[in-house]
Design a protein around this ligand. Structure first.
Ligand code: SF4
Length: 701
């Protein structure tokens, strides 16, 4: 008998999870990933967190989709459906790729040809490659003449991007998180990097160990506060009064950088006038931080030689999310804490390619490189390039799309690698919309909660199974190459997209994914000097970069801003309360988010053996004092309700949760947090208020 000796091979890759973008070395035996180590990438310097190191076995899950599926004629779409992998056979039948693609593309083109292209909407993915994002938005725009294309940035940093575009003319970070090495004062607000960007958190902690100032602002306590010189627990939803009180102090005490403002920013007088109403004494009670502490925070930030701000969803996921980010931008600009090493503005990106997907135009208001769809010159350039007239008005955002399905404006959708049935606010409303569609195509690696409502399911590739580029939170464009084959008949996403285009009447021909990159880069000056060949050679290049072989600019805005005037804009903000405040019926504040072991809706990490073993059941976290006061026991089943619905889950005691608050992670399908969340939108970023809802809790019956 022959003995088969399987050889372990190693491959350079990048982590598929968060926006830190750690470089990895993946070891395989046959088609199995057996080990993951960190490489010396610019973002991770050899480090990995628990997700990147131990979470990759999701790709080998027996629940991977391996064949195209078509909904059975007698299988109704039920909004209250709760399915598992084993239910696939009763609802779907296996199909050939030929039949599935004909049905998938045909269903979309039928709606286009009978109702009109505006009745189509597409959600692409921040987990996919830049090339997929580019092709996806092009498919919707060129194929259907609509801008109804969006992705999960709408649910994370859309308000930050709105404020950054308005304020500094660019939606990207001004400096990488490794700039913390050079900073004297690091301000972290509305972010929990130890859970959500763990490798980035190491740079913040190291800076604190070296004696630098670390200010951590959060309505919930967090581990990083143990390292902070300035831990600040403030009232949820009260960012604007707190930040405006800091700006007030800086102006009142003459700590602003007059010379920098005169040269680089407009709007200072209006800002100064507005913050007169926000003295620390007047705001202390509103934001829950003592007036003298507010003054100390302001002085520390303004007088440090180099201060930098990092923020997360706690800033952006509010009805006043854009205002929150405007305050941070103002704080940075009036103190001249931007455009130098160790200074700047950095919204920490959640998904591995949310920066790149946004850059590539996977948003309803801009083409690639954030060029407005309403700009006639820009539009005519894309019309020339793509050979058809394009939609002159903004498209629908994620939450608006679900509303448009309910009122009949949108009749068919194409969802690639996103899971709105779990990630959208007011989940019942979202699921009812998905069930109402005439035609839904889902392209994914798993039978996600969104796939429950599909007419056609196209089995796609996981990140380690396909070639492409990803742009991390630091503006570092990184290449990822396949390290294993997709299972069964699953295909690479970019190939599925090209065939969808061809079957929808588009004359699309790309020799390989590098050709897609080249076309995308031709529309994106930000990628000048970053060719596919260069990425194949170097693995990672930071944009912008001024030459074919030089390093990219880690710090931008060193000499003005990419706005029409070359100056930034200061925008005053008012106090806008959360959309629904606690009352007698719903006396608690519910906030939602991620946990260290699970990523977003859990589609990947719930199927990663070790990660799911660590956190395997849905929990609601509450302060032990509240648990005692309300007569509950830790570990008991409780029902949490808001005006949208209720879920039952296990009660966990957590001293980090402020009394009066509840925290629920949104990754558990067994008790989906988004049944409860408020769909009310920030008017600028159109992001829902995931971070604040009035709630009540009771023992489960
Ligand atoms: Fe992956 Fe983010 Fe963890 Fe790095 S920090 S290993 S990118 S999940």
């Amino acid at each position: 008998t022959k003995r088969v000796v399987e050889v372990e091979e190693t491959h350079d890759s990048v982590c598929p999870f968060c926006g830190v973008g750690c470089q990895t070395e993946v070891s395989t035996v046959g088609n199995d990933i057996v080990k993951v180590d960190g490489r010396q990438g610019p973002a991770n310097r050899g480090k990995l967190c628990v997700k990147g190191r131990f979470g990759m076995d999701y790709v080998m899950s027996p629940e991977r989709l391996t064949k195209p599926l078509i909904r059975r004629d007698d299988a109704p779409k039920r909004p209250d459906a709760r399915m598992t992998f084993s239910d696939i056979g009763s609802t779907f039948r296996e199909a050939t790729w030929e039949e599935a693609m004909e049905r998938a593309a045909g269903g979309l083109t039928d709606v286009r040809d009978t109702v009109g292209g505006q009745a189509i909407a597409g959600f692409g993915s921040a987990k996919g490659t830049n090339e997929e994002a580019y092709l996806f938005q092009k498919y919707i725009r060129q194929g259907f003449g609509t801008n109804n294309v969006d992705h999960c940035t709408r649910l994370c940093h859309a308000s930050s991007v709105a404020a950054l575009m308005e304020g500094v003319g660019s939606g990207a970070v001004s400096a990488p998180f490794t700039a913390a090495d050079d900073a004297d004062c690091i301000m972290i607000i509305g972010a929990r990097p130890e859970q959500n960007h763990p490798v980035a958190a190491t740079y913040f902690k190291q800076a604190a160990k070296r004696g630098k100032k670390l200010m951590v602002f959060d309505p919930r306590k967090q581990g990083l506060m143990r390292h902070a010189t300035h831990p600040v627990v403030f009232e949820p939803g009260r960012d604007v009064p707190m930040l405006n009180a800091m700006i007030h102090t800086i102006i009142d005490e003459g700590l602003y950088d007059e010379q920098y403002i005169q040269a680089n920013a407009d709007g200072f007088e209006a800002l100064a006038e507005k913050v007169k109403d926000f003295s620390p004494d007047a705001m202390a009670e509103i934001c829950g931080v003592e007036a003298e502490t507010l003054r100390d925070l302001a002085r520390t930030f303004a007088t440090a030689e180099r201060s930098i701000i990092f923020w997360g969803m706690g800033v952006s996921q509010h009805v006043h999310g854009t205002d929150n980010a405007r305050c941070l931008i103002a704080l940075s600009l009036i103190t001249g804490q931007i455009g130098r090493p160790g200074t700047g503005l950095h919204p920490l990106r959640g998904q591995n390619n949310v920066q790149g997907a946004s850059d590539a135009g996977l948003i309803p208001i801009t083409y690639p490189n954030y060029k407005s769809v309403e700009d006639t010159d820009v539009r005519s350039r894309f019309e020339d390039a793509w050979g058809r007239s394009l939609d002159p008005k903004k498209g629908l955002t994620v939450v608006e799309t679900m509303d448009a399905v309910h009122d009949g404006r949108v009749r068919a959708m194409y969802v690639q690698g996103e899971n709105p049935a779990m990630s959208d606010p007011d989940q019942r409303h979202a699921r009812a919309a998905l069930a109402k569609l005439d035609h839904l195509v889902v392209q994914d690696i798993f039978f996600t909660e969104t796939a429950w409502f599909a007419d056609v399911i196209l089995p796609a590739s996981a990140q380690p199974e396909k070639p492409g580029t990803y742009t991390n939170s630091n503006r570092q464009v990184q290449i990822g190459l396949p390290v294993r084959l997709p299972p069964g008949e699953a295909r690479q996403d970019w190939k599925i997209l090209v065939e969808m285009g061809q079957r929808s009447g588009l004359d699309w021909h790309y020799a390989d994914v590098g050709a897609v990159y080249d076309e995308m880069a031709s529309h994106m000056p930000s990628l000048d000097h970053i060719t596919w060949d260069r990425l194949m050679r170097e693995g990672v290049v930071t944009y912008p970069v001024a030459s074919d072989d030089g390093p990219g600019d880690e710090v931008i805005f060193t000499d003005g801003f990419p706005t029409a005037s070359g100056k930034a804009r200061l925008v005053p903000t008012d106090l806008v309360p959360p959309d629904e405040l606690p009352d007698a019926e719903f006396p608690l504040v519910l906030t939602t988010g991620r946990m260290l072991e699970h990523w977003h809706t859990g589609a990947m990490t719930r199927r990663a053996t070790h990660l799911n073993a660590q956190e395997s059941e849905p929990v609601v976290a509450m302060h032990p004092k509240d648990i005692g006061r309300m007569g509950f026991e830790r570990g008991q089943q409780v029902t949490v309700a808001t005006r949208r619905g209720e879920i039952t889950l296990t009660l966990r005691a957590d001293r980090d949760v402020t009394p009066g608050m509840l925290f629920i992670p949104f990754c558990f399908v067994e008790a989906p947090a988004n049944v409860l969340t408020n769909p009310q939108l920030d008017p600028f970023g159109k992001i829902p208020e995931f971070k604040f809802a009035a709630a009540r809790i009771a023992a489960a019956s």
